[in-house]
Design a protein around this ligand. Sequence first.
Ligand code: KG4
Ligand code: ZN
Length: 414
Amino acid sequence: MRILAIETSCDDTGIAILEFNSQSQPKILADLVSSQVKIHAPWGGVVPMLAKREHQRNLLPLLKQALKESKLLKITNYKLQITNKNLNSKFKILNKILEREPELLKKIIPFLKKYQKPKIDLIAVTVGPGLEPALWVGVNFARALAYFWNLPIAPTNHVEAHLGAALAFGTESQGSAIPKNLFPAICLVVSGGHTQLILMRDFGEYRILGETRDDAAGEAFDKVAKMLNLGYPGGPAISRQAEKFKSKNQSAVFARPLVLRRRKIEISLPRPMINSKNFDFSFSGLKTAALYLTKKLTKTQLKNFTPAIAVEFQQAIVDVLVAKTIRAAKEFKAKSILLAGGVASNDRLRETLKLESEKLKTAFLVPPRNFCTDNAAMIAFTVYLKESALQKKEINKYKFDWKNIKADANLTIA
Ligand code: KG4
Ligand code: ZN
């Protein structure tokens, strides 16, 4: 079974082709991501209409490259093409499917004329949650290909796919089908758009235990990085600054609060809702506290103390995320803890949650960093897991005709 996966929920355009053999071992034939960081950086965050434009530009070159890498790109027999009477009416329907993506439409027609239908069995595409205009580009691209090549589509939930990445590529899973004895699992999904604590009783069976009431964890990283003039995306920039502080102040890292001696400025940020009884999060107060702190400093002080603020801010987020995840793991007697989403590439968070999971004797699964941020391989893998899980229950409801697929910006996992 070969799956072509498409991901355009935010500012990364992803195309992957995965092959699954009879032992369910996934083989990544191609996994390409085109990041739009440079395009959005001047605005300090993702601009949906720019993301839509960039996805339209990126999708086809990525698909071509992915097919090439997978050795599936074959030129059409031209004679055969021109004798095909149906072709023109087929292009008319393509015009309709891609009427809101004119730039993509312009490119797809010559591509489909030139190349044969590749040996793919299924198209997987992220349908939500995400930025509506961005999602639609990927969804309509998938619909166009599925229609033209007569393939089924598997609509995929982006958050579930982040969890799929932890199951597929997490350290303990050795990249095969779902490892045994992982359920119930407590899953922490932290990205630019989501912060959720999810109870997974089995693959596909979810209950949201808690989520952020305001900003997502990644969003907080991005906003505070902006205050510190660290650019976008903020997460990697803040963790680099924190590393800088750590290497200069080996012993001082965990001594809180950090006090800047001469000016008696205390660098101390709150841990919002850390002791609340529920599993919800809130990061907007932390962001405001960081803003007040930066306002107290002169320009030079702000520059000098940026690494210290980064350490404290990062630690505040990690403390809250880890405390709630561990409490949930205890309460639900979790056999494993899964960490996923863009913020899961944060070293401090990975290390701390790993350590705390070990104390609980609970398995800990986190994808390698490149599978934490958005990618299409996780979309393909999740669809594969879904097929296996549903097959066991003799349900075949994950594949659909191209006509029945639509984007849903607010799609939830449960
Ligand atoms: O999952 P993702 O690629 O996209 C969404 O679905 O949102 O997550 C992107 C988010 C951004 O907010 C980025 O700042 C954050 O993940 N991020 C990090 C790190 N790397 C990426 N946050 C903290 N530390 C990191 N090392
Ligand atoms: Zn994501």
